[in-house]
Design a protein around this ligand. Structure first.
Ligand code: G3P
Ligand code: CA
Length: 265
């Protein structure tokens, strides 16, 4: 913030629309990305998993039942694991109606569709590799897809928020992804114990729940040279507390509220 070259149009604390603007549109759909753009978010978080036939798709749960009509369309398919369905099958599912009738017909997006929509809106991406233990090699699949859309891999000036960041709760997966994409910032989701933070100095971010951090922890992480982006902060008072604790980013289902509170501070 002391950098005189800093672009003041770029918020001092990053606002991230969690699963898209998921308070207002069905999470992890193109509608949620469009809504994030409408609300002037700068960055969108999405969750990436893999189908039975190896396609990368955008969905949070490792099963389809909460956010799609899979049980109606494909009765008797066991646990409805994302990994048990082909992309062609996923394309038949409605991923919007559960949230509201006006979103009927929203589909589970492919990762490439989400990238294209984000690029069209000039939105940055916080990509979560969801449950990579279920998808061996998914880090390489993601790296290969990004190489085909290489504008996502271009570096940005240090004072701007990154175009792309990759994060996961699985820190070994984050390490594998970092090996493949050393120039892309990487974040460790969850709380890295204070005594272990120095072991993760190769990473760029530690991203815990806002309920488990305080100013001392944020300072310790900053001293190790990493940023702190915290999830999922939906209430203005919790946003203010996180900003007061010194976080670098607020991941919220309500990116409009986050932007307003960040601008106040
Ligand atoms: O970006 C942080 C957050 O998305 C992690 O939790 O369960 O919403 O993926 P979850
Ligand atoms: Ca996520």
């Amino acid at each position: 913030s002391a950098d005189p070259g800093r672009d003041t149009r770029v918020p001092a604390v990053l606002d991230v629309a969690h699963r898209g603007a998921s308070a207002y549109a069905p999470e992890n759909t193109l509608a949620a990305i469009d809504t994030a753009r409408d609300l002037r978010a700068t960055t969108v978080e999405i969750d990436v998993q893999r189908t039975r036939d190896g396609e990368l798709v955008v969905i949070h749960d490792t099963t389809l039942t909460r956010t799609t009509d899979a049980e109606e369309v494909f009765p008797g398919r066991g646990s409805y694991a994302v990994a048990d369905f082909t992309l062609a099958e996923l394309r038949r599912l409605d991923a919007g109606s559960w949230f509201g009738a006006e979103f009927a017909g929203e589909r589970v997006p492919t990762f490439e569709e989400a990238l294209a929509r984000l690029a069209r809106h000039r939105l940055n991406l916080l990509l979560e590799v969801k449950s990579p233990d279920l998808y061996p090699g998914i880090e390489a699949d993601i790296a290969d897809t990004l190489a085909e859309h290489s504008s996502w891999l271009k570096p940005r000036p240090a004072w701007k928020w990154p175009r792309l960041t990759i994060q996961s709760f699985d820190w070994e997966s984050v390490a594998r992804s970092h090996e493949l994409l050393p120039d892309v910032p990487h974040g460790l989701l969850g709380l890295v114990p204070a005594e272990d933070v120095d072991d993760y100095a190769w990473a760029d971010q530690i991203n815990p729940s806002h309920t488990v951090i305080d100013a001392d922890y944020v300072e310790l992480v900053h001293e190790a040279g990493l940023e702190v982006h915290t999830y999922t902060v939906n209430e203005p008072d919790d946003m203010r507390a996180a900003i007061d604790a010194g976080v670098d980013g607020i991941i919220s289902d309500r990116p409009d509220v986050a932007r307003r509170v960040i601008a106040e501070e």
